[in-house]
Ligand binder design. Sequence first.
Ligand code: CDP
Ligand code: CDP
Length: 212
Amino acid sequence: MIVAIDGPAASGKGTLARRLARHFGFAYLDTGSLYRAVGFAVLQAGGDPADEATAEVAARSLDPALLDDGRLRTDDVAQAASKVAAIPAVRAALLDFQRRFAAAPPDGAKGAVLDGRDIGTVVCPDADRKMFVTASIDVRAKRRFKELREKGLDVIESAVRQDMVNRDARDAGRSVAPLAPAEDALVFDTSDLDAEQVFALAVRYVTDGRLG
Ligand code: CDP
Ligand code: CDP
């Protein structure tokens, strides 16, 4: 069983994907961390994330140990991630890894949950379940602001919001694998739902293939 979850920044897709994976005993892949790791590697080397050749080399030599690194969670890295993510050669370099994870999840898991921007549209167009998780920009900016503050980062809400607006525009406007719901995705607007309510709906959908 392959579960695809896409959506814009701080919509709650990662939280949902992680909980579903735990609930069903499936493997989980946060595909955003791949793009973040590439962006981070470019920044660390003093490079420009928008430079195609530099970003492609970083994508091809990605260090898997980086994927859980807490330094990937900053807004600067998120911006760099969305710049490298607009480069077709970078996306191509990361595609195989994601497809292999979905087709043969680690540790013999019976299923995989992948979250990102293009899982239902490009990475796993034949996924058994597809969800598109979204929320208003105000709600999402507040969620991310709170999250970063709780991690002890000294951020201001208006800057977090503006960064998110820029990143969403770049992600939805790029020519390759733009952020968009797959035609057959179930759309969850979580603006007025807490994580628990979204989880309950998603469990029903994954179990039955429909909501009601
Ligand atoms: O992965 P994505 O960037 O879409 O969002 P996330 O990191 O899973 O969630 C951002 C924050 O929103 C987290 O602090 C969640 O606890 C919170 N949240 C949520 O995930 N779902 C809701 N329905 C409401 C809040
Ligand atoms: O957690 P949040 O939604 O803020 O970001 P993320 O999922 O970690 O993704 C960071 C960036 O990676 C996004 O803004 C996209 O530009 C890119 N990304 C992508 O292009 N395709 C994916 N499947 C996942 C992430």
